[in-house]
Design a protein around this ligand. Structure first.
Ligand code: ATP
Ligand code: MG
Length: 157
């Protein structure tokens, strides 16, 4: 059992220095009470670390990243109650043709720019792998010029 709000708080705390370097504000909403889901603590920490790190990195300087948790969402595609965490940024967004490929290993939208920014292009592939093992989902919503929202959906049972 993993307390998702506690994981979110600790990930935000550990990425605070990274955010401060870019003058990015990390804002957590809806994560006041504890909500337990079955799963592996370290793996789920990795999921939120990778997604929030991306939001900081690709969201741009002087912007905000919102991390918003909703619980007891009944997901029509899942048949069970679930927790959902939306991680949204105010970056350039992602053109729709790239979205289905983002979780492929080493796939990067702008490989030249991404190389300059560092990293390997594995972050989202790891997220997808871990969420599959938890019977969870990753939903990506983004429009060029309007920022991105990555949603993690984790079933309770
Ligand atoms: P790594 O995570 O291994 O350090 P990475 O961030 O490039 O490297 P992923 O996290 O897998 O790799 O992301 C893949 C690509 O998806 C990125 O290179 C970037 O082009 C795009 N991407 C991911 N998150 C965002 C985002 N929030 N906004 C815009 N583009 C994004
Ligand atoms: Mg990444």
């Amino acid at each position: 059992e993993v307390d998702i709000p506690a994981v979110l708080r600790s990930v935000v705390l550990s990425l605070q220095p990274v955010a401060e370097k870019q003058n990015v504000k990390l804002i957590v909403e809806g994560a006041e009470t504890s909500e337990m889901v079955p799963g592996d603590h370290d793996q789920l920490t990795q999921v939120f670390t990778n997604l929030i790190e991306n939001a900081i990195k690709y969201g741009g300087r002087d912007k905000e990243v919102h991390i918003c948790m909703t619980s007891h969402t009944v997901e029509p595609t899942m048949r069970s109650s679930a927790i959902r965490v939306d991680i949204s940024d105010q970056g350039e967004g992602i053109a729709s043709q790239h979205i289905p490929r983002l979780t492929e290993r080493f796939y990067r939208v702008d490989s030249h720019r991404s190389r300059e920014m560092g990293g390997t292009g594995l972050g989202l592939a790891i997220v997808k792998h871990i969420l599959n093992r938890h019977r969870g989902r990753l939903r990506i919503e983004s429009h060029k010029g309007q920022g991105s929202c990555f949603s993690v959906i984790l079933p309770y049972e």
